[in-house]
Design a protein around this ligand. Sequence first.
Ligand code: FES
Length: 67
Amino acid sequence: MRPVAITRCVCQRMPFATLAPLARERGWTLGDLMRETGCGDQCGLCRPYLREMLTSGTTEFHEVIWE
Ligand code: FES
């Protein structure tokens, strides 16, 4: 079985690796990130990953995170 790799907001086609440095540089909260990029604001499935990314800096996930 191939491992899961979750690395982006699919709706906005935006990699977490692009979002993380932007968020760090601009001091974005999840709400700021959603408002500025639209990521997490459509289907919402990436939202728990974005939250974790903002906390830990992780940009690649191998497990499903449920809200
Ligand atoms: S995957 Fe990010 S809003 Fe849908």
